[in-house]
Design a protein around this ligand. Structure first.
Ligand code: F0G
Length: 432
């Protein structure tokens, strides 16, 4: 990052530069991905840490939503704008959790989980959406749209409602969880059930943005990436600016992988951290084009027809491919794929620890376990893994599990007659 007084936006493919109030989420000339370079912050290194730390202390006691947001605390590195245009609930300030049962399961004593399911709509998407919807307001958008596997649509619907901008979402019919669909509809988005998969939905929404002038809210939009960077800034702050050795996350469309790589690069360039943690991006094995490419040192871009129980990451043609590759290369990272069985097993351990998460989130924990088993992550290393979505996001995967299901939940409910003897029988089996 070179010193600059104002934020700049340029196309990573053709170099076209755009105004900071652009209504385009991809390059208007070549449809390439746009990169944002934030304005130089007022300080570097320890001084910048102090600025952010002063804002973080007793955030809950502060007056305004902007002051208590875990995204806008880092506003110098996110988006320079006036308070009046900011659309915030607030969001962020998510906990970093340690549970012995999960640590033992993966074989890392110091494993911590950053639970992004604590965001206002229950997933990490709120971090990017507060910034993208703020930008939609800044550029005078008349409608905002996205394709989604359910979390982006819930988040976009909520923030658009807050901003008073109409929302249009496209989801693959029958292929997103009921919880997410209900949430999206509840917040008032016009919801289109598309006969196709997520990749079809994304193609359609991109065409709609180009031809119909709606503002694109997917993570192709560089303002989403700027907001999602704060997951890393906040994590680094929680670690006293002493980064862990590894940061693991589930990967689908690669927006978050991209944001993490960009955040780590900027944090390093600004002297916020000295060491760069290694990223571990984890895909479901039935939706793993990025993991296939990693195994070939990214010689080819892969596309697959995606299938996995983790509907949030059922994506076959990730949109932020080049940014994702850059993030893995910059952090000397690793991309892994884990089976649905491994995902659901990890989820049952996380759930039973009292923390809970949706299936896609558990992929990150399953990925850490797999890399420990392969000897890539050493038992003495420090690892933070991202839980990207709340346990209630996907209730079907818990309640439809029974003894005959391929993934029975260990505490699936038991129907009983309304008498004490029946309760006693169950209590005995639980106590044993
Ligand atoms: N975890 C959860 C819970 C998600 O909802 C998603 C993506 C990811 C991980 C993967 O993140 O796409 O940035 O690599 N969900 C999107 C959606 C696709 O529409 O909600 P990514």
């Amino acid at each position: 990052m070179t010193a600059n007084n104002a934020m700049s936006i340029a196309c990573a493919s053709c170099g076209e530069t755009l105004s900071d109030r652009t209504p385009h989420a991809t390059c208007p000339k070549c449809d390439g991905l746009l990169d944002i370079t934030p304005a130089s912050p007022p300080a570097r290194g320890v001084e910048l840490q102090k600025l952010f730390d002063a804002r973080a202390s007793d955030y809950a006691m502060r007056g305004t939503a902007i002051q208590s947001s875990g995204v806008w605390r880092f506003r110098e590195l996110v988006l320079q704008t006036d308070d009046a245009s900011i659309v915030t609930h607030p969001e962020g300030n998510t906990p970093l959790l340690h549970r012995n049962a999960v640590s033992q399961y993966v074989g890392i004593d110091s494993l911590r989980m950053k639970h992004e399911g604590h965001n206002p709509t229950g997933s990490f998407k709120d971090r990017g959406m507060t910034v993208a919807v703020t930008q939609a307001r800044r550029c005078g958008a008349t409608a905002i749209a996205c394709a989604s596997t359910g979390n982006t649509s819930s988040s976009l619907a909520s923030y658009a409602a807050h901003a008073g901008i109409p929302a249009l979402v496209m989801v693959p019919v029958g292929r997103i969880s009921m919880g997410k669909l209900a949430q999206t509809v509840a917040y008032g988005a016009r919801t289109l059930l598309v006969r196709g998969d997520f990749d079809d939905c994304l193609r359609l929404v991109r065409e709609s943005a180009q031809s119909l002038g709606v503002y694109l809210g997917n993570s192709l939009n560089p303002f989403r990436i700027e907001g999602q960077k704060t997951i890393i800034f906040e994590l680094l702050q929680q670690c006293g600016w002493n980064p862990p050795d590894w940061i693991a996350l589930p990967a689908g469309n690669l927006g978050n992988t991209s944001a993490f790589g960009k955040a780590l690069r900027e944090a390093h360039e600004l002297g916020l951290i000295e060491k760069i943690p290694r990223l571990l991006s984890v895909q479901a094995s039935g939706a793993a084009p990025f993991a296939h490419a990693f195994a070939e040192d990214f010689a080819n871009r892969h596309r697959v027809r995606a299938e996995t129980i983790a509907t949030a990451i059922r994506i076959g043609d990730p949109a932020s491919w080049d940014r994702g590759v850059a993030a893995i290369r910059f952090t000397n990272g690793v991309v892994a794929a884990v089976s649905d069985e491994a995902i659901m097993e990890a989820k049952s351990v996380i759930d039973a620890s009292g923390v809970g998460c949706e299936p896609a989130s558990a992929a990150s924990v399953a990925g850490v376990k797999a890399l420990v088993a392969r000897g890539v992550i050493k038992p003495g290393e420090s690892v933070v893994t991202m839980l990207t979505g709340h346990v209630l996001k996907d209730p079907e995967k818990i309640l439809t599990s029974d003894a005959h299901s391929p993934h029975p939940h260990p505490s699936a409910p038991i129907e009983i007659d309304a008498n004490l003897a029946a309760v006693e029988r169950v209590l005995k089996s639980v106590a044993n």
